[in-house]
Write a protein of this length. Structure first.
Length: 697
């Protein structure tokens, strides 16, 4: 029997035709499953397919790695509920410990809520985000995402956010409200935590600032210390803050993390420091820096016909207040003086304290005459007594003024001109008001040039010591030579001592030139016969500096001159110095045998107590009395009284400025022992002196 080929057998032929589509379908399904497996294996998430009975159909490698402790249970057809139950028994799910059945029931219920997301912590410390979607008639597709790192970051952020001492809040960009705020922010704004959550952010900013603030909250932004924001507390009080914002995505909604730095106190301190930098701490008035800035400003903005006047007010006799009562009394007087002056200035004038006892007033839209009236009113009110802690204190004031555009429109020049006017007023008479005059500047410039020339003369050793004789009026013999410093200027000629000595004192050169005269005179005197003395003038400043005694002793020891042959001439100004120093120096000088002569006697206070309390050896009658001897009876009376006083207390009396024989004879008849003047000789350099018995140098 032959077997028929299939096509020859009708029944078999029909069967083949039936199986071919099925085979193709199986092959297609196999290829689809393969492609599906390849697709899910390529995904970074864990993927699982469950049937309608929640049995495993298909899963990828990532899913198996996530549930590695239960991987042996993953088999097609196994129910998810069974793997979960065994996993709970093994301890794979720490969240279930202690309430396993409840946890399992809740987890299975979640399978019936497609589209819901939930988190699951595993025993290995990983956190998995689970999302499951049920497809009608096809089962469930589950997605597993490892969010452990994200959870750690969220936890770190939560700790950083909640425990941060900086006020922080989360602003919901879509809803325009605060989602949450940390404790620092709640304390900063004065709200409870539940009140902050849901609060409209506009409530935290003044209404006028909200449009700008809303734009700021929608960007990455940092205001910086120079761009503070005004914010509102719950009680309506305002605060200043620096704000930093950072855009973020939190829990599925766009948000801004807002950091708020309270700078209210810092700004208050900065404002206080700025105020202190421009105002005097004691009086609250503008200080020198503020005064200068304001003067520059008003001069720069002055109209074409506007007068700007600056007045400098110097308190008279204020140093005596500090010396007598102490600085606390002085401060009280300054404060009261500032108050009195402030009450007198016009509304648009600025009163400043620019020094210890010096004030300035900048007048705007005020004529020089009006400014002078105010200045005189200030002089009047400041001359009235001050009552401080039961003490009656008297001071006064002197004022100098300069105006723009008449004197100058340059701030520094105008201030200098007012200063020149002030010093001119003080030189003339304290307690007056003087306006600047051009000749004051000419004199100041001349003095400045003279100071420069004098400094150069000292540096180049151009000063000379000249000597003028003091003679015995009875015998006519020279008993002493007075050493006198001379400055022969190359172009000005001989500059008088009463011009350059005050300059030397102001410039602090008096000690230097004093040592020069003292040393040269002592050296020169060693060449004279031993009965001839040398007399040297001493400035009050040399006493004040305290090194006069050592300077004199060094000059004597260096030159080899006997101390008894040296006389030092001082004026009453030395005796008026407060404190024990002048008296101690004079007594120490006398202890060495050095003579002390009171010069210009009769021109100052001429207190008899000076002669009784200090060990003087000589009195010199001032030449002003000698010049008027013939014409004024009063001068003769003073001369007679001084000579009698000197004789009675054992002092030598010498007269200065004798230019005629009549004057000499009168003084001799009255009992004056020594005389000095052009009648006996003018001051001459050592080389021109004719001294009998003088040894060669």
């Amino acid at each position: 029997m032959h077997r028929r080929f299939p096509e020859e057998q009708p029944g078999l032929a029909n069967c083949g035709q039936t199986l071919q589509p099925l085979d193709h379908a199986l092959q297609a399904a196999s290829r689809a499953e393969k492609r599906l497996r390849e697709a899910i294996e390529a995904l970074p998430q864990g993927i699982v397919f469950l049937d309608e009975e929640d049995r495993y159909i298909l899963w990828n490698r990532q899913y198996a790695e996530i549930y590695a402790r239960s991987a042996d249970l993953l088999k097609p057809g196994v129910k998810l509920a069974d793997t979960l139950r065994i996993g709970v028994e093994r301890g794979d799910y720490p969240e279930a410990v202690g309430h396993e059945e409840e946890w399992l029931t809740h987890r299975l219920a979640q399978l019936r809520q497609p589209g819901r997301r939930h988190e699951q912590w595993l025993s290995n410390g990983r956190c998995i985000m689970i999302e499951e979607r049920r497809i009608e008639g096809c089962g469930t597709i589950g997605v597993r995402v490892d969010i452990t790192d994200l959870k750690h970051k969220e936890e770190n952020f939560r700790l950083l956010f909640e425990r941060n001492p900086v006020a922080m809040l989360v602003y919901d960009l879509e809803r325009g409200m605060v989602r949450s705020a940390n404790d620092a922010a709640c304390a900063f704004f004065g709200y409870a935590a539940h009140e902050m959550a849901g609060l409209a952010a506009g409530a935290l900013f003044p209404e006028v600032l909200w449009p700008s603030a809303s734009e700021m909250l929608a960007t990455d932004y940092y205001s910086g210390s120079n761009d503070c924001w005004q914010m509102l507390r719950r009680d309506g009080s305002g605060v200043e803050a620096v704000i930093a914002t950072r855009l973020s995505q939190l829990e599925g909604y766009p948000a801004t993390i807002v950091s708020i730095f309270d700078v209210t106190e810092r700004r208050r301190i900065e404002q206080r420091m700025a105020h202190m930098a421009r105002h005097d701490e004691l009086t609250g008035l503008a200080n020198r820096s503020h005064c200068r800035e304001h003067l520059i400003d008003v001069l720069g903005n002055a109209g074409p016909n506007e007068t700007i006047t600056i007045a400098l007010v110097d308190l008279d006799h204020f140093k005596a207040v500090n010396d007598t009562y102490g600085h606390m009394f002085g401060d009280a007087v300054l404060t009261e003086a500032a108050r009195r002056m402030f009450e007198l200035i016009p509304p648009d004038a600025l009163l400043c304290r620019i020094g210890g006892d010096e004030f300035a007033i900048i007048f705007r839209r005020c004529s020089l005459t009006q400014a002078e009236l105010v200045a005189r009113s200030m002089i009047t009110t400041l001359s009235e007594p001050f009552f401080v802690r039961g003490h009656l204190i008297h001071i006064g004031a002197t004022v100098g003024l300069a105006s723009s555009p008449y004197d100058s429109s340059d701030p520094e020049t105008l201030m200098r001109y007012a200063d020149l006017a002030l010093y001119a007023a003080k030189d003339e008479q304290r307690g007056i008001c003087r306006a600047f005059e051009a000749r004051m500047d000419i004199a100041a410039q001349e003095k400045n040039r003279l100071e420069k020339d004098f400094r150069a003369a000292v540096r180049n050793d151009e000063l000379e010591v000249h000597y003028q004789p003091l003679v015995n009026l009875e015998t006519g013999d020279v008993e002493c030579y007075e050493a006198l410093l001379r400055w022969n200027h190359p172009t000005r000629g001989l500059v008088p001592p009463d011009v350059f000595v005050p300059i030397a004192e102001e410039m602090g050169l008096i000690d230097q030139i004093g040592r020069l005269v003292l040393y040269q005179a002592c050296v020169e005197a060693t060449l004279w016969p031993e009965h001839i003395k040398v007399s040297i003038n001493v400035s009050p400043l040399q006493f004040r500096n305290g090194n006069l005694l050592s300077t004199v002793i060094n000059a004597l020891s260096t030159s080899g001159l006997c101390a008894e042959r040296l006389e030092l001439e001082i004026t009453e100004a030395v005796l008026m110095e407060k404190g024990p120093r002048p008296a101690a120096i004079i007594r120490n000088l006398r202890a060495f045998g050095i003579g002390i002569s009171l010069d210009d006697f009769g021109t100052g206070y001429s207190s008899l107590s000076y002669l009784l309390n200090y060990p003087f050896t000589k009195i010199k009658i001032d030449k002003s009395f000698i010049l008027n001897l013939d014409s004024e009876a009063n001068s003769r009376a003073v001369i007679r009284a001084v000579i009698g006083l000197g004789r009675s207390i054992g002092l030598t009396v010498a007269a200065e400025g004798i230019e005629s024989e009549v004057q000499r004879d009168y003084l001799r008849e009255e009992g004056c022992l020594q005389g000095q003047g052009y009648l006996f000789g003018k001051p001459e350099p050592a080389s021109a002196l004719i001294v009998p018995g003088r040894r060669a140098a």
